[in-house]
Design a protein around this ligand. Structure first.
Ligand code: CO
Length: 466
């Protein structure tokens, strides 16, 4: 019997897409032992924005959360999303920090590390891959991930080439990550068939979003074309900007004799558990009904929904909402000038903001954002296609060339970890603390100070009691 496995995303991407990753651990702890028996390929539960959200908004230690997840999901693969050399932030960290982060992630309970680079510059995911291999346990899976986008240079051949590269680098699985939910069934079929022909047996995963309403059709076509794993979210946390519904996909596949291996009874219990959780966040406004709707704009403008709402917010701030249409038309131009980067964070914001600035100033690149300047300097990696020579000259001067970010990384002193350790002093209680601080210095420091104050209060309290 043909088998397709499902990754459940409710704890990470569904939570991130629908409610800005604000789901506290305590809200779902009671369902974890049930989730452990459903039979998912993996549970995506960490990385992405969960780390930032834990420290910044939820007053949770992200490492502690991971250890609790590990304890309560002993039989399920725990999965995280890692932005290669950027870890969970936006700057390039030194190799030893990347290695340490991966080592600690595995040590604290992660099995599947899905590693991507916004530009698909695979030099930026090499260190994370090597660290994953170095610290791998028998359950560890290194998943090489491609940021999917549509542009004149992103052909099936280009994606096949990328997959071959990931395979030869030594990844165990390959994931296509369609963050904007714009992959069509037709594209999925051509891509998956092309990739399967080229890379053979390596398991292939499709990650998409329902944002544009395309996802169910696309994953179905992808499955018919040979994809091995798809990402879904328990139905009350599905659709809209989230993933397709786990239960729905399961029922549809069963009828075709495609086995998912999921236990229906338990799968439904998981959904029943999350229904009131979701309602609570609709009631308090954290889940915006807009995020639950289908928005086909992205198919028209070829930009992710989140990027559009970001642009609208920017224009509103500047009292220039009437320039929205003009700014939209400017996006493809900016994107072309930048060599067609995939529109994923942080590039989506970079392109969107520059398009807005170009339109507001009434002249293209009269003002250039620091992010765009750094992009041209080579700080993000290599662009998928040649960038505008004119703009490059404007930013780097005549004959100026971008630096090789990986060579620049290796030139650095490698003191990031030691410096962070020294800066924190005895506020840091573990290597994990130091890593939190490196990723999010202000948020982590505040969290550690609050934690210290709480501990001191507890001591005081117990002395009074005695
Ligand atoms: Co996603």
């Amino acid at each position: 019997m043909k088998k397709v496995q499902l990754t459940e995303t409710v704890l990470r991407d569904a939570n991130q897409s629908l409610m800005a990753t604000r789901l506290p651990y305590s809200d779902y702890e009671d369902i974890l032992s049930t989730m452990d028996k459903v039979g998912y390929y993996s549970v995506e539960c960490w990385g992405g924005a969960t780390f930032d959200s834990c420290l910044r908004y939820l007053g949770e230690d992200p490492w502690e959360r991971l250890r609790k997840l590990r304890k309560n999901l002993p039989n399920t693969k725990l999965q995280m999303l890692l932005r290669g050399q950027n870890l969970l932030g936006y700057k390039h960290y030194h190799d030893d920090v990347v290695e340490k982060f991966v080592e600690l992630s595995i040590k604290n309970g992660i099995d599947v590390i899905r590693i991507f680079d916004a530009l698909n510059d695979f030099r930026n995911i090499k260190t994370a891959l090597e660290a994953t291999k170095k610290y791998a346990t028998k359950n560890t899976v290194a998943s090489g991930c491609i940021s999917y986008t549509q542009s004149p240079v992103h052909t099936v051949d280009k994606y096949v080439q990328m997959c071959k590269e990931l395979q030869s680098m030594g990844f165990d699985t390959i994931c296509l990550k369609d963050m904007a939910g714009t992959m069509t069934p037709y594209e999925a079929e051509n891509l998956i068939k092309g990739i399967k022909d080229a890379v053979g047996d390596i398991p292939l995963i499709l990650h998409t979003h329902c944002t544009t309403g395309m996802a169910y059709m696309t994953i179905f076509r992808a499955i018919e074309s040979g994809v091995d794993v798809v990402d879904t979210a328990t139905s009350c946390f599905s659709n809209g900007t989230s993933q397709p519904a786990t239960e729905t996909v399961h029922y549809a596949l069963e009828q075709y004799g495609i086995e998912t291996g999921l236990n229906e009874d338990l799968m439904n219990k998981v959904n029943d558990f999350f229904k009131p959780v979701k309602q609570k966040y609709i009631d308090n406004g954290l889940i915006n009904p807009k995020s639950m709707a289908t928005d086909s704009q992205a198919l028209v403008y070829k930009v992710p929904g989140g990027m559009l709402s970001n642009m609208i917010a920017n224009l509103k701030d500047m009292n220039a909402l009437d320039k929205f249409d003009e700014a939209l038309l400017e996006i493809p131009n900016v994107r072309k000038d930048l060599g067609y980067p995939p529109l994923v964070t942080p590039l989506s914001q970079m392109v969107g903001n520059q398009a807005v600035v170009n339109v507001l100033m009434g002249e293209r690149y009269k003002q250039i954002s620091n992010e765009v300047k750094n992009y041209f300097k080579g700080e993000y990696g290599i662009a998928p296609a040649p960038v505008s020579k004119e703009l490059q000259e404007k930013i780097l001067g005549k004959g100026g060339e971008p630096v090789d970010c990986r060579i620049e990384d290796s030139k650095r002193t490698g003191k990031e970890f030691e410096d962070a350790k020294a800066a924190l002093g005895d506020l840091a209680e573990s290597e994990e603390d130091i890593m939190s601080y490196i990723c999010y210095p202000q948020q982590a420091e505040k969290f550690f100070k609050d934690r210290r104050a709480k501990e001191e209060n507890c001591v005081k309290y117990s002395i009074t009691e005695a």
